[in-house]
Ligand binder design. Sequence first.
Ligand code: PSU
Ligand code: MN
Length: 334
Amino acid sequence: NAQKTIMSQCTVRQELSRKQFNLEMEEFQMKQYIELSAEVQQAKEEGKAIVALESTIISHGMPYPQNVKTAREVEQIIRDQGAVPATIAIIDGKIKIGLTDDELELFGKSSGVAKVSRRDLAQVIATKQLGATTVATTMICADLAGIRIFVTGGIGGVHKGAETTMDISADLDELAQTDVAVICAGAKSILDLGLTLEYLETKGVPVIGYQTEYLPAFYTRKSEHKLNFSTDSIEVIAETLKTKWELHLKGGAVIANPIPEEYAMDEEFINGIIAQAIKEAEDNHIIGKDSTPFLLGKIKDLTSGQSLAANIELVKHNAKVGSQIAVSFNNKTK
Ligand code: PSU
Ligand code: MN
């Protein structure tokens, strides 16, 4: 009997070490695609809070040179709050977590950068193209690097007319499955904000209003859509995220942070511009991944840069609030 017990214990141990080996191989295979910048690597070793940033906002969301200038300023705001920025992009077959100044410049300047959503990620890495990560892909890459907090301008969502075009951003399904919180100023009214909220509710994604009871509409502080959870407390947001993930409630969260009052645009004015941009997209049969960048570019042109100024300010504000959440979350979980 003693012999039998020993044998079965050995079998259990063998099984465990085989599982451990497989896990470590998987980890090894995944890591070959990921490269941390020196700053991010050091932050990891020191247990500092890290904030992920996307690169599509640089390559497809804003014109040069404002895009690069903003990217650098946003990174500095994050450092000033005691966290470390990690701008994410695909370069030469690697997922870069943290970009150098030259790399930021490259993404701001180049015209041949691919916009990379979940669908495109493997292909762009395998063919060693230059790729800018969307909200969805930045979440995937941040998760692979163990980063939980991500700051951007606005998320993608359910487009107006989606009931016939089926144009729904992959950002929403990513929020449903990947454990990364996104701090943003809501979403632009190029989207159907009501349907976007419905979709997020169906997928179980919390949308938390920071200092607002309504979903912000990017250029304006408010939309007509009331949120079911809002708070004025960074601490409550960090605690909510910790609780969600400790309960293994898979997926991310949206922290909706309105544009500061002094930079908000006139609602009627911007909505008129957005309607015009959508009409031009329809007339030109712009579909698929080109839709959002086309609309963003049109809005900027039609407002002669006024929307760009608002866009820059709201991203900076998100960087400040997002870093505070990252620091609070890091203190609770390390
Ligand atoms: N909305 C913005 N600015 C942006 C984007 C959206 O106000 O730069 C970018 C983000 O990278 C977002 C992507 O993830 O567009 C959504 O594209 P699509 O709708 O094709 O999923
Ligand atoms: Mn789309």
